[in-house]
Structure formats: C-alpha cells, structure tokens
Design a protein around this ligand. Structure first.
Ligand code: ADP
Length: 638
C-alpha cells in the first residue's frame, strides 16, 4: 500500500508514486486491452453511477448533502479539437484522502498474486484482467493524461482536490476550488484514440454499454464554441435511465442483460446464463442473478467480497451483500431489490432480519433452478460451468440441508462407464443406467482417477457391468459423508465391509459361508499372522483377479478424510480394516499349503501389503515390503 512522496511543491501540492501494483497493472492493461479499449467508458460511467447511488443512500439520513442539486446525472462532453473527453457526475465525490487511496492504490486483496499470474500474452491477460476489474485505471488505455477534479458532497467549495497523472508511475495532487460537488474526469486522448473525441462515437458507446444505468447520462451537443449561454437544451439524454431489473422481462433483450451483467460484475466476458424474477406475496423483491462464464481470480479466497448488489425500493444500499446467498453459491453475481426492507438497513441488521433469511432461501432456490435449467437445456455449457464452479457446488450438501436433493442432482462425477476422466455423469444418468435389481449408487474415492480405475474394489462391479462413480477431488470423501442418499437410493462406498451387490442371491451368501468353513484353517492362521494389521479376515465375493482387498467397516474414516484430518493436526484413532481374501487366487492357495510358520507369516504380510497398496496407494512399511519381495524373487531365481 505504500506510496512514496516524490516531491512536495507547496503545502497542498505534492507528487506521489503509485503503489507498485498499480504501476504493474497500468502497464499490463494498456498493452493487453488495446483491442478492447472502448470499455474504459463503461468503467468510468459505472463509477459515476455508483458515486450517485452512494450519495443518494447517504442523503437518506443527511438530506443536506444534496445541496441544491438533487437530480443525479452523468454528463459527457467531447472536444475533438483539443482531443479531450470529460465525464462528470454530481455524486458523492472524494476527499483528498479518498483520492490518495482510491486512485493511487489497489485495495483488492490478492492483487500482487494476481499480477504475478499474468502471462504477458495479451489475449489471455485481457480475459484475466477483465475478471479482476480494471475500473478507473482503464482511462489510461485511451488517454495519455488524466485529470480528476473532485469535491466530496458536504465539503466546502474550497476543499476540493485535483489529481493528475500521465500514467507513468506518479501523480500530482493539489487542493483546488470546485463549486459543484462530485467528480469530473478529463481525459487527454492519445493520438491513436481520437475516435473517442467524436460525439457520434461516444453516443454509440453509451447506448451500447450504459443504456441500463439508472441515472440519466447526458451528452453535450456539438454547438458553436462561443455560444454564450449554456442552455440545458444543449444536453441530450442518451440512455433510458430506468433500472434494468425493474423492466418487464419480455422487453429486455439478451444484449441488455449481458451489458448489465458486465456493469454489475465488472467483467469483460458475457455471462453464462441468468435468471430474472419478481416475487410478490409475503416478501416482495426482484432478483436478477447471473452465472459468470469464468471463475473470478479470488474464488477460493474466503475473505473475498461476495454476494449481490442490494437495493431497497430502487435505492442502492450496498455492494456485495452476502446475506442473500449461501457460501457455496458465492460465484453468483447480480442484484436484489427488496420492497420490504427499510432504507436504512445496515449489515448488522441484515444478519439478523428474518425477512432477509426468507429472501435468502427464495433467492437460493432461484439460483439452483437456474443451474438446473442450464443443465437441462445445454449440457455442453453446463459442463463448462461444472469445470469452473463444480468444486464450490460440492460444498453445498453440507451447507444447505434443505436443498440437498436439488444440489445432488446438479453434481457431476467421473465414472467407470466413461472413457475419459471428465466429471460429466449426474446421479440421474447413473440411475437410468442401473442394472436389474440395482438400488444403490456405488462410488469409489481414490487418490487419483488412474489409481481408481485399476482398483481391485471394482473387479466385482466390472464383472457384473455395474457402473461406479469415481471420485478423486480432495473434497470428495467429505462430500460423500454428507450425501448419503438421493431420493430413495443410498450412496454406497465400494470399499466398505458388508457390500451386497445386485443379483447377489442367497447362493452367494451360502457360497461365502461354505468358503469360510472350507478355509477355516487358513483364515485362522492369517488372522494370527496379521493380528497387528487387521481386525478380521473373510473370504471375498468381490474379487476375481486380485488376491485380497482391505475393507472398512461402515463407521471407519476413509483414508482421504484421515489424511485431511491428520494434516490439520488432528490425531485420529487407529481403526484396523478387514482383509477380504480371494481363496481361488494362486497366492492364497500357496499360503494354504505352506507348512513353515515363518514363511507363512512373511507371505501373509505380503498379501496384506498388496491390499494396502490397492486401497491407499501407499504402504505403512515400504522397506519391509521390499525385503519380502526381494526374498521371494531370490527364491524364484534359484
Ligand atoms: P472499483 O470501482 O472496482 O472500486 P476503481 O478503480 O474503478 O475500482 O475505483 C476505485 C475507487 O475510486 C472506487 O471504489 C470509488 O471509491 C472511487 N471512485 C472512482 N470513480 C469515482 C467517482 N466518479 N466518484 C467518486 N468516487 C469514485
């Protein structure tokens, strides 16, 4: 945040250096946004609009702030001769301190990190910078000099500030007189940006980008320079100036929705989808929700601002009110406009108000419906959505019990029935493909997708043609702990004890009992040999190729979850698994006939080691394992 004073000219005039991040961002922006440069106008009008919103809000309690000028507006004038473009508003304005921190630093958290990730490839960076939001600094894409004159509403005319910079690393700030409150931004256009000095061009851009801005945007007509009176008729209103969300859905075009999104979200890219709804009845509100096409740079930063722009009866109240959506939907942007809340609602009140709670559950439902619609109408787009935001949605079942079924339907998994590791199978697809007699939804959590596919646990499923969902994201075991069921289907972990497969009749049960009896001696010996490692040894019904697998009882913690807890410094109770053996496997047959107890023990341990590798992808005793395998190999070669 440091800005160094470079020169102090007089008591009130000084030159300061931009914060390092600003310098870097300015440089990158000017280069990577060149082909997109007209967006600077949208950014500056957006800021002007926000400044007016803020003033209107503060004036609710302090009407004097409005001075004698209550009609909020943005005014734009161009001078093709001097190549100047001036954008002014009569909003809240800024004090000297505001100017220094707002126009000399970037307050967003993670900025340095973000800048480090820019590649230098202008096309890629343009998208990233778009996500980040360029705001005021985008003026320097088209201007080689920017002068901001501003007075905070309520301050004396003599207590205004002028900020000026060539965008080259420093700016000068001084105290000036300014009669009207608010902010005026004067751009001296670059040689190659003279098109933005033409009225027709600006008119076109305002209509294109800022039609939905809720206050009037006036453009100064081209009139003779020495015209004496600056009559009001010189100013043309260019935009519609009605808040977009208050208009009927049928009258709003996709382009208008898209532009409004870019304004709300400070995003360059079109949104993926949106939902616009008016709710009447017990609580009345309008919501306009958007799903961005790309995850913001700070999606995984828990402290990042999130939430919707809140309005009450069309009056702007606050940006990013987080009380209207759960955390797992933090990527959703947009607006809520309530008819019921009080105009002087504060964040503290929002957190306690029962009406807000009711709106939150209604807005959440709308958001989930919007996603369900996207999944139904356009599975390809939904897949893109899933790649961006799927991991957020996976937090849903734990956070939002009420909507668990709806969220579960939106989840996508990798599966043994797909040829790629892409997560593109939903529970409904899975259920539609169930085999005769199948009721449960089977899943396997593994370290990686490749590990999972080779897993011995899947053998019995492959044999029977039963699909298994394959989960390998870090969050997955935790997620499955919260899922349990969908409609009347249980989620069943294929690595657990007591697995009963569809089509598995009494015969198999009998077979298993018979095997237990037949191999009683082997089982007993193995139990003794592995008493430290396993809880029990049982004949398996699930194995065809492998010698043995480890299974957990229903209540044991899985290896992924255990690792997470242990990494977090939690000591976990040791629970021993059950070893299921394939008595038809040659290794087990060999064991059965092994008379030497020492050898038996070594081989039994080897069977356990292999089962552990299959289950966890690693061994408790790797050196011991190597020794045992070496001994075996030596034996084979003599
Ligand atoms: P952002 O709008 O994303 O916060 P900007 O770089 O566009 O970032 O602006 C930084 C800050 O400068 C704004 O948050 C606002 O406080 C202030 N600001 C910019 N333009 C104006 C304006 N026209 N009137 C009052 N304040 C402004």
């Amino acid at each position: 945040m440091t800005q160094t004073v470079i020169r102090k000219m007089t008591a009130n005039e000084e030159t300061l250096g931009f914060q390092t991040e600003v310098k870097q961002l300015l440089h990158l922006m000017v280069h990577s946004l060149y082909s997109n440069r007209e967006i600077f106008l949208r950014e500056l009008i957006s800021n002007a609009n926000d400044a007016c919103d803020k003033l209107r809000f503060l004036a609710l309690d302090a009407p004097d702030l409005m001075e004698a000028d209550a009609e909020m507006s943005v005014r734009i004038s161009v001078d093709p001769e001097s190549k100047e473009l001036v954008i002014s508003d009569n909003g809240i304005g800024m004090t000297r301190d505001d100017v220094i921190s707002n126009l000399g630093t970037i307050a967003k958290s993670g900025t340095a990190e973000f800048i480090k990730n820019l590649s230098g490839d202008s096309k890629q960076d343009a998208n990233l910078i778009g996500q980040f939001g360029v705001g005021f600094y985008s003026a320097f894409i088209v201007a080689d000099r920017v002068v901001v004159r501003t007075r905070r509403a309520g301050n004396d005319a003599a207590d205004a500030v002028e900020w000026s910079s060539d965008g080259d690393g420093q700016y000068t700030i001084k105290t000036i007189e300014k009669a009207e409150r608010g902010t005026e931004i004067r751009l001296t256009l670059k040689e190659d940006a003279s098109e933005f000095g033409e009225t027709y061009r600006i008119r076109h851009l305002v209509t294109k980008y800022s039609d939905h801005v809720s206050i009037p945007v006036y453009l100064k007509n081209d009139v003779e320079k020495d015209d004496e009176s600056e009559a009001k008729s010189e100013w043309d209103q260019v935009n519609q100036a009605t808040a977009l969300w208050t208009r009927p859905r049928t009258e709003i075009t996709d382009e208008e929705y898209t532009e409004f999104y870019k304004h709300v979200a400070h995003d360059f890219e079109d949104p993926m989808t949106w939902s616009h709804h008016k709710v009447e009845g017990k609580s009345e509100y309008t919501g306009l929700l958007y799903v961005p096409a790309r995850a913001p740079y700070d999606l995984w930063n828990r402290e990042s601002p999130r939430g919707l722009k809140l309005y009450v009866q069309r009056v702007f109240i606050m940006d990013r009110a987080e009380e209207f959506l759960p955390l797992y939907l933090r990527f959703i942007r947009g607006v809520v406009d309530s008819s019921d809340l009080s105009l002087n609602v504060s964040r503290e009140i929002l957190q306690k108000d029962a009406r807000v709670e009711a709106m939150k559950s209604a807005v959440t439902r709308r958001a989930l419906d919007m996603l369900a619609k996207l999944a139904k109408d356009d599975s390809e787009k939904y897949q893109k959505f899933w790649e961006m935001f799927g991991e957020c949605l996976k937090e849903g079942p734990a956070e939002d019990h009420q909507n668990k079924e709806r969220i579960t339907k939106l989840l996508r998994f990798a599966s043994t029935h797909a040829s790629t590791p892409a997560q593109n199978v939903g529970v409904e697809d899975y259920i539609a493909r169930m085999v005769d007699g199948q009721k449960d939804i089977y899943y396997l959590v593994a370290e990686s997708h490749t590990n999972a596919l080779g897993s011995p646990y899947l053998e019995a499923f492959k044999k029977r043609g039963i699909e298994v969902l394959v989960l390998s994201d870090r969050i997955d075991e935790w997620l499955m702990g919260h899922l349990q069921e969908y409609k009347d289907h249980q989620f069943v972990d294929v690595t657990r004890d007591g697995l009963e497969l569809p089509g598995e009749g009494k015969d198999e049960k009998k077979e298993q009992k018979k095997e237990s009896k037949e191999h009683k001696a082997l089982i007993k010996r193995m139990k003794e040999a592995l008493t430290e490692q396993v809880e029990d040894v049982k004949p398996s019904v699930r194995l065809t190729d492998s010698a043995a697998v480890l299974v957990l009882t229903e209540h044991d913690m899985g290896p992924q979850m255990r690792q997470i807890m242990e990494a977090a410094g939690q000591a976990m109770p040791v629970s021993k698994p059950i070893l299921e053996i394939n008595t038809d496997h040659s290794l087990l047959m060999r064991l059965e006939s092994e008379a030497d107890e020492g050898r038996f023990k070594e081989l039994a341990r080897l069977v356990f080691d292999h089962a552990q590798l299959g289950a966890e992808g690693k061994l408790d005793d790797a050196p011991g394992y190597l020794k045992r395998v070496n001994a075996l190999l030596t034996e084979l070669s003599v």
